[in-house]
Ligand binder design. Sequence first.
Ligand SMILES: Cc1ncc(COP(=O)(O)O)c(C=O)c1O
Length: 385
Amino acid sequence: MASRSTLPLEHMPGNSLVPCSSPSRGRNFACRSVSVRMHRVEALAAWISCRADHKNASVTQFNVPLLSGAQVMEELRAFELKRNKKPDSVAMYSSIFGGITTDLAAMVVPLDDHIVHRGHGVFDTAAIMDGYLYELDQHLDRFLRSASMAKINPPFYLSSIRNILIQTVSASKCSQGSLRYWLSAGPGDFNLSPSGCLQSSLYAIAYDAPIPEFLGARVITSSIPIKSPKFAIMKSVNYLPNALTKMEAEENGAFAGIWLDDEGYVAEGPNMNVAFVTGERELLMPQFEKILSGCTARRVLALAEKLVKEGTLAGIRIGKVTVQEGKMANEMMLIGSGIIVKPVLQWDEQLIGEGKEGPIAEALFNLILEDMRTGPPSVRVQVPY
Ligand SMILES: Cc1ncc(COP(=O)(O)O)c(C=O)c1O
């Protein structure tokens, strides 16, 4: 291991930290084009610097150690120790090693798995609330639908996958957090075709996460193109457009970007659905034909019936929503399992309603939270710890 200390490798300037250290971070909407230009300049500078570095470096300067498997594990453990934020409760399942581990350093995926180098994989999630999995079966339905669209034949039957996921949460000891799981074409080679893959693989991880708070946010219209319907309705691991949309929003001091569909109607956010409360007190949601069918959004639609019965809402409508209609709404909200219901106070330059958290969004947030804590067995699966 002595050779490690002589390793002269340096991190490329302006790598993934560029957006975080950007002076434009947190600026308001007026600075948007400046911010985008700044990023291009920084990225170009980083690239030029990297090229120059490459020209100056001779092969002998590099002294990359050749590590044994045991040494790799040692290094992986050292890396985990260096992390600032270590989860208290975490466990990972992998069909590659056929079991569950709570050792962070062992939570790895083979590089030749097609989910890694081809993005040939699908995923889904479920929230863990007070020791119960919320809407696990609804998420699992979508997971297997996505797998079928991605032509991935799961390595196990649904009942076994469900069992594995519950056991992973149990092993993590996490009672408040998130479960995430992936199906992949599997490891085998670095080709595009999965024909050389040994078998599809299943991975899952359960970890602590706080309950989202009810807090208003700003959104912008995304300049990143939305995925075509065939790919938008499937929860594949191709989230590059989603990540770029989120980054663009953050660069402009906003929480999320809003996608419009190919006809210019309101579609969804990068990991959430959207809904509105119209001037006629209707809950209005864009139809799901060209976007991801959100489990939380669908549950909101069911629970909102209560507000209709009470007379708080005049009705519920799913249909095409124009940008004008959205921006003129009394309330706008983002909906998803990671945020539950998040009120939108401003979209681009336009204040939504009075620019404050709205009462319907708050009522829906509370209804979902109550459902997570005390809902029927169809939406709550107890985890045996
Ligand atoms: C693109 C997209 N739309 C909507 C959602 C909301 O779906 P759910 O409520 O099932 O989390 C997600 C969730 O991650 C998403 O990625």
